[in-house]
Design a protein around this ligand. Sequence first.
Ligand code: SAM
Length: 269
Amino acid sequence: MSNKVHLGHTARKRFGQNFLNDQNIIDNIVAAINPKVEDHIVEIGPGLGALTEPVAAKIDNMSVVELDRDLVQRLESHPVLKDKLTIHQGDALQFDFSTLAQEGQRLKVFGNLPYNISTPLMFHLFEQADIIENMHFMLQKEVVLRLCARPNTKAYGRLSVMAQYYCKMIPVIEVGPQCFVPPPKVDSAVIRLEPYRELPHPALDIKQLQHVVTQAFSMRRKTVRNSLKGVLSVEEMEELGVNATYRAEQVSLKQFVDIANYITNRSKK
Ligand code: SAM
């Protein structure tokens, strides 16, 4: 299939442009977002407006962040959208979402994300999770499986632990490559992420948690006795109820937080 889609825009691979082209999937995503007039809705990568148009139809205004200047120009001259959108041209990875959040109001963020930046972008948003009500993202299906993965599974890793630290995960719908123009080489899926108002397992120092999780999973085949050598002794692990012969994929979020908090407290002594 040609990658020249609607109105002659040529999809740019470097911007991860795969445009949604399936009304049934679009309807499902919009129903999951469930836009309300009082919501402050933000879309990342509106592209040619496949999701923007039906969402904007239900509300008075919304914000969008789009990197591609040609697409921004199109949105600026779109007969319906131009009056409803506040358009931020730029890189969502650098965008300070807190500038959009009005006092007491949380953002509803969504996007069919460019897959090449989806993981760093989610980490960027997790840092601002306290101003976000929920997020709906189209991602590579494999990434959705990692986000939802429980311990003792292959998909469980750094992304699962850190994402589940901040958010509750709700898978929404699977989406095949044929639903996009041009079709991506991978399967996709939509997920809803709901940041916790109160973290179930709060870390005293989030950097310490990130450090421990990254180090443990950088050697995921090794036991934590080995991967966390120099960070925590076997005696300290046992004190925390973490079996030193576990591999990283057997350690729960709570146990990672216990380890990180133990190290934080120990460094204060
Ligand atoms: N929302 C449209 C749809 O569903 O058809 C387009 C989705 S396409 C997968 C990803 C969109 O994100 C494109 O419009 C692309 O230009 C935009 N994009 C790519 N990198 C971006 C970035 N770093 N910041 C903001 N938008 C970006």
